[in-house]
Design a protein around this ligand. Structure first.
Ligand code: SAM
Length: 290
């Protein structure tokens, strides 16, 4: 019998990506895509798609990676982007259409979607696979969509501790907001694939072979603007809609939010560069065969 706690977790994930988390990605899509371009390019380099291959983009969101993949695979390619968020898929469909690309999109949970069996050559994902309540079951299910010679190439965040974008704002705001409850490091969420041994175990238990999990680091341009002041303001504003701190601040009164702004500005001053406020981003590139 399915574990009811797991389906509750999946329901929470679905609600978040169709609600506030999804809306935030939608509102800041261009910004996120620019910030994450290096991660898209790295995952597609690891995937090394070749003309005519059939591919699935897991947790495709607004379709940035799906569209790049479609361009690389060229005419006649068969690409499916799958996501649980209706609002994000809506944007992905619009973008593909405006680029004249024939991409299929499906609304569904990649952990149990009825993919054509053994029909795909490639599973890719940019930051879309850390949200399964039961990742071994989900990765096992996705493997069955791959042909005998099929392969996987995905990028996931490493731990919160290694990622400035998550821990620097939290640390700066610590004096003003109640601490986040110590998260279960294996609970579904952006950083749940932080532990390399766990990721290796998930892929192994899900039946993959030739598993490789390599670090990939690329700076995140978090605050932009014409002047250092504008860049700092932008980074502070960003903290209210990206990352774990944004969720803590959502229910705080105005005076707390004002105090946090001051603390964040100070913290971001330490990350000012001529390009803007730059935070460290630390990820894994996962590759494996079916
Ligand atoms: C961090 S966003 C990344 C979106 C996109 N890959 C990108 O890089 O722009 C995570 C995405 O995974 C999707 N997602 C989460 N759990 C999923 C699931 N079980 N099946 C399909 N998509 C899922 C979310 O709706 C969201 O679009």
């Amino acid at each position: 019998m399915p574990d009811p706690t797991l389906s509750q977790m999946d329901a929470r994930t679905r609600a978040a990506w169709n609600g506030s988390s999804g809306q935030s990605w939608l509102d800041h899509q261009a910004r996120f895509d620019a910030m994450l371009k290096a991660y898209r390019d790295a995952v597609l380099a690891a995937a090394a798609p070749t003309a005519g291959e059939r591919a699935i983009d897991i947790g495709c969101g607004t379709g940035d990676t799906t569209i790049s993949l479609a361009k690389q695979l060229g005419e006649g390619a068969h690409i499916l982007g799958i996501d649980i968020s209706e609002i994000l898929l809506g944007r992905a469909r619009e973008r593909a259409k405006s680029e004249g690309l024939a991409i299929d999109f499906a609304l569904g949970d990649a952990g149990n979607h009825p993919f054509d069996s053994r029909a795909s050559d490639l599973l890719v994902s940019r930051l879309g696979v850390m949200f399964f309540a039961n990742p071994v079951a989900a990765f096992t299910h996705m493997r069955r969509a791959l042909s005998a010679k099929g392969r996987l190439a995905m990028v996931t965040w490493r731990s919160v501790r290694e990622n400035d974008g998550a821990c620097l704002p939290l640390e700066a705001a610590r004096a003003f907001v109640k601490p986040l409850p110590q998260p279960d490091p294996e609970a579904p969420g952006p950083f749940s694939f932080g532990d390399r041994d766990r990721v290796n175990r998930i892929l192994r238990e899900a039946g993959y072979e030739n598993i490789s999990i390599e670090p990939f680091d690329a700076p995140l341009l978090f605050g932009i603007g014409a002047t250092p002041d504008a860049q700092l303001d932008d980074a502070v504003a960003n903290s209210f809609h990206i990352g774990p701190l944004s969720r803590l601040l959502a229910d705080e009164p105005g005076d707390v939010r004002t105090a946090v702004c001051g603390a964040l500005r100070k913290a971001y001053e330490t990350r000012l560069t001529p390009e803007g406020v730059v935070l460290s981003g630390c990820a894994w590139i996962l590759t494996a065969t079916a």
